[in-house]
Design a protein around this ligand. Sequence first.
Ligand code: NOJ
Length: 755
Amino acid sequence: MDVKALVSQMTLEEKAGLCSGDDFWHTKAVERLGIPRTMVSDGPHGLRKQDEEGDHLGINDSIKAVCYPTASATAASFDPEMLRTMGEAIGDSCQHEKLSVVLGPAVNIKRSPLCGRNFEYFSEDPYLAGRMATAMIQGVQSRNVGTSIKHFAMNSQEHRRMSSSSDADERTIREIYFPAFEMAVREAQPWTVMCSYNRINGVYASENPWLLTEVLRKEWGFEGYVMSDWGAVSDRVAGVAAGLDLEMPASGGVNDRKIVEAVRAGKLDEKLVDQACERILAIVYRYLENAKPETPWDKDAQHAQAADMAAECMVLLKNEDALLPLDKEDEIAFIGEFAEKPRFQGGGSSHINAFKTTGALEAAKGLKVTYARGYSVEKDEASDMDIAEAVTAAKKAKTAVVFAGLPDSYESEGYDRTHMRMPACQNKLIEAVAEANPNTVVVLHNGAPVEMPWIGKVKAVLEAYLGGQAVGEAAVRVLFGDVNPCGHLPETFPLKLEDNPSYLFYSGEGNTAEYREGIFVGYRYYDKKNMDVLFPFGHGLSYTTFEYSGLKLSAEKIRDTETLTVSVTVKNTGSHAGKAVIQLYVGDRESTPIRPVRELKGFAKTALQPGESREVAFILDKRAFAYWNQEIHDWHVETGVFTIEAGASSRDLPLRAEVTVESTAELPRHYTLDSIFMDVMADPKAAPVIRDYMKKIMKTFAPEEEQGGTEAAKEAITEEMNMAMMQYMPLRGVFSFSDGVSAEDAEEMLKKLNN
Ligand code: NOJ
């Protein structure tokens, strides 16, 4: 379709109208020109297609659909291929249901364990989030259905989400909050982007030209349309100018009229309205011209797929005495209402009307499994009778498995948690069961970290996250060893909430949320501070063991325009087939900017039979070594030695090597007399200039013979001390104390320094 030609035939009113939704879920039709409306629908981990009454908070019903594991879980798979497959399945369902765009994936950073929507987000690490989102987008879009990567940007809390300003420095935004969006845009070109509710450094995302145009389009090359989150528009005219193409849902025509008036008054260039319409229609027709409503939607097959995926995501956090896997011949007690009715998704706009759900109890049919409810989710309590029954069941069984975690009301879109604890009744139950049976396992259903006061009393913990409608089947497979757990934590579990780097500032004061911890989010903080954590980023056990060896680099030294190939060999040294997740971290050994100790820059998941080994290769480019330089507003690599570490988690890195990376980009020099001596001396091009004058300078600082310095003075002030004293001085200080350096000398020096 020639959308330009189409737009040229539209009246200003029609164009302004097209820039907002027809209703909750549709773009507008322009019947006069034969432009039909198209439907979008929530995701991200399945369809929330609303037939009747629309709402954006998951309140009203939607069609029966398949609930795949939520992002909290899928990130733990460390398996982008799995996300691609999930995307393909969701794309097929969209084709079947005539949906042009599925609203997701959501890639906001899990800055604090408290964010109510953490279950919808992938990780505390932007690289991991980016890889997962990219794969999912590629999967959905391979079916000619669009995605809407969201919420752009810095929407890491629900508290006051529609008014709060997420304030951070440029480097923090670039290094932590942007990369997942950036990677997905550059590599997967999502059809649409959804801007967030919040403001960024004071400016609403929905009217932020830097965000929506400068960065998103000009830098990253985004080609689709930007839609607002539902109700995120404040000043619609400013939004059009900034690059917000589609307002969702609609303003009852109010904002459309404002666009028309602004154009008529000469306050808004009509070309910008044309441009928004062209972008919207390009996507509308991209879908329409490839629509395939005859695509089958086999929900049962997808349920089976969702079960496989949920198993792939489970993280075995602890497994003392190899308590797991359980023996199918043994008598096992399942305890806790979540065994019967698992919590498998979170509340809000992503809430899916699952066509069926399998709890662990049902999935364990045929095995010697007994059940005690343990607690009531609805009442958030464990009665004495509940506890007594649980203890009896635990005592009779070989092993007790407590299904626990966070109830729906604890984690939802729209508000944050206020603490990191599990319900007191569940903690009490776990303690009681562990007391009754030393072989106690805890299976957790939650979308973000929880405190585990009982961790020393139970032998095993399996983190199931919010694993989708088939999570119960997956849990049983993993518990009984049909599947070897292979998930790894996409986030750190701190010992307590207060340890989290955002703790002091979360969730801000009034409408200001300052991201004061800067780039030190998650493990970047815990590692820098060398803090104990409950479970580190990347952690995940297996029923087998893996050995990492043979770390090889393709070069000892590269330039930042070249790539480095890193290879690692991993071997299955245990007796079960299993999957290893090899993680690669890069750190700048010594750097001028303050940087994390290590950052994830590569990972790979690989299946290995017992005894089998495989070499895995990673390619690192400039970005793996760079930091965001706020002076040049660009990525920069500081010349120097970088550490490359590989292993099974951020705190289990048996392999280490070093590479020297040489920068090919020069930072601008603007030395003045106020420049600090040590900074000039650290610059390999500037230092020789100063050194030429060193004799004159040192005349004052080094008490040499000719200066009449005594032996005692000479001993008191060594050259080293001299340099140490001088290092923090501005050049003017150094020169003024050196009577050998004239004003002309100084001027000449500056010229040479800045040449
Ligand atoms: C608000 C949510 O923030 C967003 O993720 C969702 O897609 C829209 N509502 C539509 O329901």
